[in-house]
Structures are given as C-alpha cells and as structure tokens.
Design a binder for this molecule. Structure first.
Ligand code: DGL
Length: 276
C-alpha cells in the first residue's frame, strides 16, 4: 500500500506551534504543512469564508495524497470542521479523515483546572462559535468557561509586532477583561495556535499561580492516540521523518517568519489554490 504524509493546516504560521510538538512526539512520521498566509488572518472572517478557504486547503492536501489532515487552527476547527466531516468528506474523500484541535483540548482541560473555572483566549470567530463552551460542557459539565476574543493578537504576531511594547497594551487589556469574568479562574487556555508566542507576555499580567495552557502538546498526544486506535489509517501514513512546507503567499517571507514558530529553519514552496 502506498503511504503519504499527514497534512497539517493553519491560516498562517500558528499551526507550526502544533506541528513542532507533533514532530517531537511522532518524529518518525512525514508531515506536510500548508499555511494559507495569503488569506490570513481568518479570525474575523465570516463562517462561509472560513469554511470555503479551509475546504480548499484540505482538498489541496488530499490531492497531495495526505490520508489524514489536522486542522491546526481553532478558527477553522470551530467554523469548518463539522461541515467538512459531515458533508464534504463522504462526497470528496470517504476514506480520508480531517481532525481538529478543539475537541482534544476540551477533553484535557478538566485534568488541569483545580477550581473548575477556565478562561479561554481565542479569535473572534472561535469565541462567537462557542465551540469551547460546547465541547468543554460535553466532556466536563461541571466546569465553568469564560471567553475573551482578542482580534488584534494574530495580526500583531503575524506581523512580528508582538514583542514590541505596543503589543503590551492589547495583551494587558484582554487579560484584564478575561480575569474580571471569573474570580476563581486558575487555568487559561490559549485557544488559538498563534498565542503560544505571547505566552510570556500574558504571564506578566496574571498571577504566578495561573496555569496557561498551549495546545501543541495536547494535540500531538491526541494524534498519537488516534494513530494507535486506527491502525488502518496509521498504515497509510508515511514514515521517513520528512517535513514539507507550503504557503499560499511569498515563500521568502514565510521562511523568515516560520522558523520562529517552528523552532528550526524552514524552506517552503509556493502553492496556488484553485477555487473549488
Ligand atoms: N491560528 C488560528 C487559530 O488557532 C487562527 C488565526 C487567524 O485568525 O487566522 O485560531
């Protein structure tokens, strides 16, 4: 049987923080990353736009042979995953699978909080979808969840402005808002794959006892578990430890930024998506 890489998708660079952990946990597997940088950020876009763009990217990864695609993007997981799984997959690729990042994160969060009060930072799209509230409620009905949309954070990070003092204003403002929503909060979930890059900045504005959770490790462990439980899918994933990177925008720009998210040098190739 022919085998192919696992596809990993994000609107831009954020998914690389997840891929980094997947590579650490599953170094033997091949991964193919696609960042839709030309159309990022997705966070403030309509349901229809996020769905359409995500489907085009998933279709591209399928066309490259990927049997399994991880949406390493909360916004796409919130707005497009269910429709793709339920409506598109049976039609375009019934033997392939698409998984998101929200459910595995929601299923873990109850093991982390002790007070049962969790705050979520995410994009406007993810917050409005209420996906975290719904998924955490399913897994841990007793946990209280409050959310804060941070529409400026992804643009600041994508433009490499997040380390500058100007970014402090937006981080401080949203952190203050989130903390004011639940006095007993002991855990903050970074519900956007870009946000681990400002974890240290967020930490400056919360008390030392607050747990701040990035998704990379959770999603990587969940993928390892999925592959163990689905040997028929596992057998279709190639294992030569290769990573390939594609972007829908300028490759030089991508390579310069991406290494910062991924932690090592990257050489990407350009891909032009054909509208479906
Ligand atoms: N990294 C993506 C997420 O996890 C979204 C970024 C965007 O707004 O495009 O939500």
């Amino acid at each position: 049987m022919q085998s192919f890489p696992i596809g990993v998708f994000d609107s831009g660079y954020g998914g690389l923080t997840v891929l980094r952990e997947m590579v650490r946990v599953l170094p033997q597997y091949d991964f193919m990353y696609l960042g839709d940088n030309a159309r990022a950020p997705y966070g403030n876009r309509s349901f229809e736009a996020v769905y359409q763009y995500t489907l085009e990217c998933v279709q591209h990864l399928f066309n490259q042979g990927c049997p399994l695609v991880i949406l390493a993007c909360n916004t796409a997981s919130a707005k497009a995953l269910r429709t793709i799984q339920q409506q598109d997959l049976p039609r375009i690729a019934p033997d392939k699978r698409v998984l998101g990042v929200i459910r595995p994160t929601a299923e873990m969060i109850g093991n982390i909080t002790q007070t049962g009060s969790v705050g979520v930072f995410a994009t406007t799209g993810t917050v409005v979808s209420e996906s975290y509230i719904i998924e955490i409620e399913k897994a841990w009905p007793e946990i209280r969840v409050v959310q804060e949309a941070c529409p400026m954070w992804v643009p600041l990070i994508e433009n490499n402005e997040h380390t500058h003092p100007g970014a402090d204003y937006f981080v401080a403002q949203h952190t203050k808002n989130l903390l004011s929503k639940a006095a007993d909060m002991d855990t903050i979930l970074l519900g956007c794959t870009h946000y681990p890059l400002i974890m240290d900045k967020i930490r400056q504005f919360v008390g030392p006892h607050m747990r701040i959770i990035a998704q990379g490790e959770i999603v990587a462990d969940s993928l390892a578990d999925y592959l163990m439980r689905h040997p028929e899918m596992e057998a279709r994933c190639s294992k030569q430890g290769k990573r390939t990177f594609y972007t829908t925008d300028d490759t030089q720009n991508f390579d310069a930024h991406a290494s910062y998210f991924f932690g090592e040098k990257i050489q990407s190739a350009f891909v032009e998506l054909n509208a479906l």
